[in-house]
Write a protein that binds this ligand. Structure first.
Ligand code: SAH
Length: 212
């Protein structure tokens, strides 16, 4: 009950920030407290990142909301997430994708299992969590309608834009310690729009950073 009240307050705060009703409804349907470690549950509905182990964090709710709104996820879409972490962001995208599917790639085996367990507890069935180096995308299920990158990349990765459908969208934080969030739309070329400053944990991998 207490969680429900805290969740309603968070949704109201996000509404004040101009998040769409579609994304707010998706977030309302996901119990975020099921996606954080036991000792962080009391903070599950606070609007800031929380530690999830292995030196990683679950993004702040407003960041998940903004990234979902930017991608304009529609029913039936096939989505790739790089950096599954707790599985929360994937869960919100899975609700928005409805009859579609989310492939969530995570490099840390323990976190991939954490995400799978959390998604199961939340009753989300249209997410597949895969242990891979997401800096290379996930060629096996490409092309995607949307790709959402939840870690900081050195650049807009061609490995990812190559795996987008025509008309598809990529959202990606670019930079080392501080990043600019980019929306990249694949038309005949690539349309790149800067969406503001953000801070994410690094993308570690072949096309990511190697020195963290
Ligand atoms: N979306 C997550 C938060 C992700 S934090 C959530 O909702 O909880 C970023 C995640 O990206 C971390 O779990 C980190 O391990 C992962 N990551 C970093 N580099 C990666 C790579 N090359 N491939 C896949 N995952 C990566």
């Amino acid at each position: 009950m207490e969680f429900e009240i805290q969740k309603s307050r968070l949704i109201e705060e996000l509404r004040q920030h101009g998040i769409s009703e579609r994304v707010l409804n998706a977030m309302k349907s996901i119990p975020r407290h099921l996606f954080v470690p036991e000792k962080e549950k009391k903070n599950a509905y606070a609007d800031y990142p929380l530690p999830i182990g292995w030196g990683q964090t679950i993004s702040a709710p407003h960041m998940v909301a903004i990234m979902c709104d930017i991608l304009d996820i529609q029913d039936g879409m096939k989505i790739l997430e790089i950096g599954a972490g707790s599985g929360y962001h994937a869960a919100v995208m899975a609700v928005l994708a409805g009859s579609g599917h989310v492939y969530a790639v995570e490099r840390i085996e323990g976190l991939a299992q954490f995400a799978r367990d959390n998604l199961k507890k939340a009753g989300i069935t249209n997410v597949t969590v895969i242990v891979e180096d997401g800096s290379l995308g996930l060629a096996g299920y490409a092309p995607y309608d949307c790709i959402s990158v939840a870690c900081a990349s050195p650049e807009i990765l061609e490995t990812l834009t190559d795996q987008l459908k025509k008309g598809g969208k990529l959202v990606i934080p670019v930079g080392k310690y501080f990043q600019e969030l980019y929306l990249v739309t694949k038309t005949d070329g690539l349309k790149k729009e800067a969406k503001g400053g953000v801070v994410f944990v690094p993308l570690v991998g072949k096309k990511g950073f190697s020195d963290f």
